[in-house]
Ligand binder design. Structure first.
Ligand SMILES: C[S@@+](CC[C@H](N)C(=O)[O-])C[C@H]1O[C@@H](n2cnc3c(N)ncnc32)[C@H](O)[C@@H]1O
Length: 305
């Protein structure tokens, strides 16, 4: 499936979810702001935090923190520092009481704040259980975070941003959205690579110039690579600061698989040419010579930028 058809499948997916009774929690008791309060079942909280691979070095922000369960679980079970924002003063008080009971007041904090104005720059993990349009409003802020920041969302994904992992959990006690089922999505903020890159790779003792023209939409890469005046289509994917690109493999051009770590205007890694017995593994470095813009997703909100 190409980028465009993946997108269409995802848009249909959103429509199916919303029409399938996922319109947000009608059975809320508390909550103020843009969505009513519905707690995430504890098994879902645990699984989402595991999908984010949270640990003691992390700093979690739960946007719309309710009774504090994401924040408190991050601290008690995974040793992370964490922070929650909500607009509901009753829930903020409850969250603080729960933190006290759990003995983690030194690691967590809850503040009264509109989640759309929260400074997310300290976060290494973000959790949300919000409406789809709220997720879409937050998405540009998420994409602007440090590469490698993990975002986990409950029941609603981030539109055309393809999740790096997704799971479905059977949760008999869940009565809202799709009763009995939770949808869990996990994303890793990708480094940005759109633009032109150049490499000089020593192949069989001969310096071989390569030029890459990369387009990026979220973590997906498309474009072209020119090797010894022959142009090939390429496709790739970024996971945090790691990139993998594949080109060639047909029309007489051997398969080229590039992988590496993205730094500031550089990529350091390796290139594997060919397959099977003809396979060669070489060092690969690329330098950015021209920066480009990320592609605009078709579900981007008008005022998203
Ligand atoms: C569906 S609940 C999720 C609670 C908690 N994150 C959980 O998963 O158990 C959404 C929460 O977001 C809060 N909320 C809604 N709009 C908000 C806003 N604009 N700013 C801050 N909090 C908001 C509500 O008060 C509610 O507690």
């Amino acid at each position: 499936m190409n980028m465009a058809s993946t997108k269409i499948a995802k848009i249909l997916g959103i429509a199916a979810l919303v029409m399938g009774g996922m319109a947000m929690p009608a059975a809320a008791q508390e909550g103020r702001g843009d969505v009513v309060y519905v707690p995430t079942p504890q098994i879902v909280v645990d699984t989402m935090l595991q999908m984010a691979k949270i640990g003691p070095k992390d700093f979690l922000i739960d946007l719309g923190s309710g009774d504090g369960r994401f924040v408190i679980t991050a601290a008690t079970k995974y040793g992370a520092n964490a922070f929650g924002v909500d607009l509901d003063t009753y829930l903020l008080k409850l969250a603080n009481q729960n933190a006290q009971k759990a003995g983690v007041t030194d690691k967590v904090r809850f503040i009264e704040e509109n989640l759309f104005t929260t400074d997310l720059s300290r976060a290494t993990v973000i959790s949300t259980y919000l409406l789809p349009e709220m997720n879409l409003r937050l998405r540009p802020k998420f994409m602007a975070l440090k590469p490698g920041t993990r975002i986990v969302t409950h029941d609603y994904h981030l539109g055309e941003w393809d999740p790096d992992e997704q799971r479905e959990l059977i949760v008999p006690e869940k009565k809202v959205g799709t009763p009995g089922i939770s949808y869990l999505f996990s994303y890793v903020v990708p480094a940005r690579v759109p633009g032109k890159w150049q490499s000089l790779v020593n192949i069989g003792g001969r310096d071989t110039p390569m030029e890459f023209n990369l387009q990026q939409e979220f973590q997906e890469i498309e474009g072209k690579v020119e090797i010894r005046d022959r142009s090939s289509d390429l496709r790739g994917r970024i996971m945090g600061e790691n990139i993998r690109i594949v080109a060639g493999g047909r029309n007489g051009v051997p398969r080229h698989e590039f992988s590496g770590r993205i730094g500031d205007g550089t990529i350091q890694g390796m290139l594997v040419i060919g397959e099977g017995t003809t396979r060669q593994q070489l060092a690969w470095t690329a330098k950015q010579i021209q920066r480009g813009e990320l592609k605009r997703a078709s579900d981007e909100l008008q005022d998203e930028k």
